[in-house]
Structures are given as C-alpha cells and as structure tokens.
Design a protein around this ligand. Structure first.
Ligand SMILES: Cc1cc2nc3c(=O)[nH]c(=O)nc-3n(C[C@H](O)[C@H](O)[C@H](O)COP(=O)(O)O)c2cc1C
Length: 396
C-alpha cells in the first residue's frame, strides 16, 4: 500500500509536493489552487520588512527550455502576514514563509522571521539566493571579507550565522534556500551547523537572455526599454539541481532537503528523491502547465511505487547516490552500436555526426550502416540521437 506521507523537518506532510516561492504564491486565490490540486505545502512569495525597490514581474520564455525571470512582485511584511493568516485559516496547507532580511541588519532578519511565525507560518525559508542583498560581515562579528555583495548563499560562514540567529529567535523550523552560484553542499552544511532544520534548492542561477538582432541589441521583452541579468529556471536547470541535491545529501546525510529546479514530470520527481530529496518543489511547471500537472505527478509516482513494490519514499530515497563516483572510477564495459534495419528510416542523424566515422549510409538500402566499428569509442551519441530507437548499444 503506497503512502506518500513525509515528515519534513517536523512538518507532517500528506505528500512531498510543494509549490515553490514565486508569483504562484503571492495571492490567496492562487494559493488555493495549490490546495485544490493536491499540494501539501506552499512557500509564500518572498517577504521583506521593507520591499527594497519596485519590481514588476516579467518573464522571457524560450520554448522547451524554461524562462528568465529578471524580477517579480515582492511582499511587504504586513502583506505576507495577511497572506499567511488567510492561508492558515482557509486551507490545510502547510505554510513555509520565504523571506529575506534587511542586508547587514541581523536583528532585522530575526524580527521578520518572528513576524512571519506570529502570523502562523509553519516554517521559514531564508532566501539566500537572490542577488539583490548584500551583508556586512563585520556587523555580525564574522571573520570574513566585509562586503559580500549579492549572494549570502555563497558564503557558508555568513549563512551559518544568519541561520543561527534566526533559529535562536523563533520556535518554528528554519529552512535555508541555496543558490547554485555557490557551493550548495558546503553552504548547506554551514546552515545545518547554524541550526537550520532543512535546506531547499536550487534557486535560479543568474543568466542573460538573448537580444533583438534587428533592433540594436535591445531586450526581446516587448515592454521594457532595457534589461537586467535574470534568474533562469525550468528544465534547463534540472541537471544542475540534481547535482546540488546529490552533493548536499552526500555532505549532510541527515539534513532534510526540499529538492527542486526544473522538475517537469513524475519520473523526474522520482529521480530527485533518488538523488536525496526529502520533499519536492515545483515552480516553472505550474507556470507553464498549471496546477493540473500535479495530480498527474502524484498518479505517476503512486503507480510506479506500486509497480516497484515501494511503500514510502524512504524505500527509494538516496538510492542513486551509490552509483555516483569520480571520473577515474567509472567502470566501463565495451558495447557497440547495432542498427535495427526495420526501425531505421535513413534519416542520417547518426551518419552526419561531427565527431564520429563509424556510421555510413547505404545508398542501396537507404539505411544507416555500422561500417568502421573499430573507430567507435562508445560515446553513445548515436544511441541518444536516434528518434526511432533503431540503435542499441550491445555488449561485446
Ligand atoms: C517568477 C519567479 C519568481 C520566483 N520568486 C522566488 C521568490 O520569491 N523566492 C524564492 O526563494 N525563489 C523564487 N523563485 C525561484 C523558485 O522558487 C524556484 O526555486 C526556481 O524557479 C527553480 O525551480 P523551477 O525550475 O521548478 O522553476 C522564483 C522563480 C520564478 C520563476
């Protein structure tokens, strides 16, 4: 009997599915959709004591890959408190309040966390991944360079001290959100030492969209005159998220992790758990496909668990980690491409590779043909590119 319940750093969740902090969660009516479609928890949109500057949400899409989000709607603390109160009163969702303190003012971080706890949050999520806030180490009596600029999440020492102050100042669990711009595993360990009960990640790495080649390199976005560097999210960042979650799990075996970044279906959700995630977060998927994507993920995961004989997520969490080694320890066996002529449609994708002489095209049969087998170094590119799955790699 499949049971998706998870205890996440003390929070009893009916399933591991969480809507990540974004404009998915900045208004109550949208939060209600998360509940309607089965999420167990939401991370509310980033809250500040005082919102530092006006930013309108705008997004630049590239089909199939993801999208760039240079800015968004941020919540002032009263607005966040109201949202949290309403969500707690009118839904059964667990509420994780995403927040960022006022730069160097550590007391301000604590005050904000206290106010979000007071409003009824079940957990706070410290946003250590936005490039807009700098912290002054000196004022925190931490022996590191004075000015840290944007990314608190790049610095394990400071991250630890922020976690320590907030963990000491509130009674609900503290989660720290990691940036892939820094060494997530080292920072996560620092946060755990500082009292963080969990970590989440990854947030968006910084990027830069393309520009208009017919209009002097101006932004592609239709209603801005200029642009900033932009966080990028969605399928593009998934391999990065897998890497960071796996590395955090390896470094911090007991630390609960909310794993997310580019997860788009149930198979990738399972993979994220296999790499060490305790629970799962989704953002871009709900933007692009709506919350109706969530019941599909739940159904797929349940059916797969039944098929595999898994009762809980614990049965398969972390199991992919034992197959990760350093490059010199990768254990190869020899295998060569074999073409199924029935399936091959002669598209030549495997013949036209820039790095490989193995395949040729047989003009008579109009099929690909393995001609120079000895030149094959088993990279598998032809195998992956063949849309008709006509190529298998067979052991010799
Ligand atoms: C429009 C937008 C707004 C976001 N706002 C926040 C935020 O307020 N706080 C935060 O910690 N992360 C924020 N994120 C990051 C997401 O919560 C998530 O970590 C990231 O998008 C990666 O997940 P995904 O690939 O599933 O989208 C935002 C992402 C997007 C796209």
């Amino acid at each position: 009997m499949v049971n998706l319940n998870v205890n996440f750093a003390g929070l009893e969740l009916k399933n591991p599915f969480i809507a990540a902090s974004s404009e998915l969660t900045d208004e109550f009516d949208k939060i209600r959709w998360a509940e309607d479609f089965g999420a167990s928890a939401i991370c509310t949109k980033l809250a500040f004591l005082e919102v530092p500057f006006y930013a309108r949400p705008y997004h630049i899409f590239e089909k199939g890959g993801g999208f760039y989000s240079p800015s968004g709607h941020r919540l002032g603390v009263e607005e966040a408190q109201e949202l949290i109160r309403k969500t707690k009163e009118q839904t059964d969702l667990k509420v994780i309040a995403n927040m960022m303190g006022p730069g160097e003012n550590l007391d301000g971080w604590v005050k904000l966390a206290q106010m979000l706890e007071e409003a009824g949050s079940d957990m706070v999520e410290l946003n250590m991944s936005c490039p807009n806030v700098g912290l002054m180490a000196k004022k925190m009596n931490v022996d590191v360079t004075d000015e840290l600029g944007a990314h608190l999440g790049k610095n394990p020492t400071l991250a630890r001290e922020v976690c320590r102050a907030i963990s000491d100042g509130i009674t609900i669990p503290v989660m720290a959100k990691m940036t892939p711009e820094g060494p997530c595993d080292v920072v996560a360990e620092g946060c755990q030492q500082g009292g963080a009960a969990a970590v989440s990640g990854i947030n968006c790495p910084m990027s830069l969209p393309g520009c208009d080649i017919y209009d002097g390199g101006k932004p592609l976005y239709p209603s801005t005159h200029n642009q900033s560097f932009a966080g990028i999210c969605g399928p593009w960042i998934r391999p990065l998220a897998f890497r960071h979650v796996a590395q955090m799990r390896m470094k911090c075996p007991d630390l609960p992790i909310a794993g997310g970044g580019g997860i788009s279906n149930w198979q990738q959700s399972v993979q994220m758990v296999m790499y060490g995630a305790t629970v799962l977060t989704y953002c871009t998927l709900f933007y692009t496909d709506g919350y109706k994507a969530l019941p599909k993920i739940e159904k797929g995961m349940r059916e797969w668990m039944e098929e595999m004989g898994h009762e809980t997520l614990d049965d398969f969490r972390n199991i992919a980690l034992e197959h990760i080694v350093t490059p010199q320890k990768v254990d190869y066996f020899d295998a060569y491409p074999v073409i199924d002529e029935e399936k091959c449609n002669g598209c030549k994708v495997c013949v036209d590779l820039g790095h490989c002489e193995v395949m040729s095209f047989d003009e008579k049969s109009k099929k690909a043909h393995v001609q120079l087998k000895d030149k094959c170094y088993m990279c598998g590119v032809c195998y992956w590119l063949c849309k008709r799955k006509a190529i298998t790699m067979e052991a010799v």
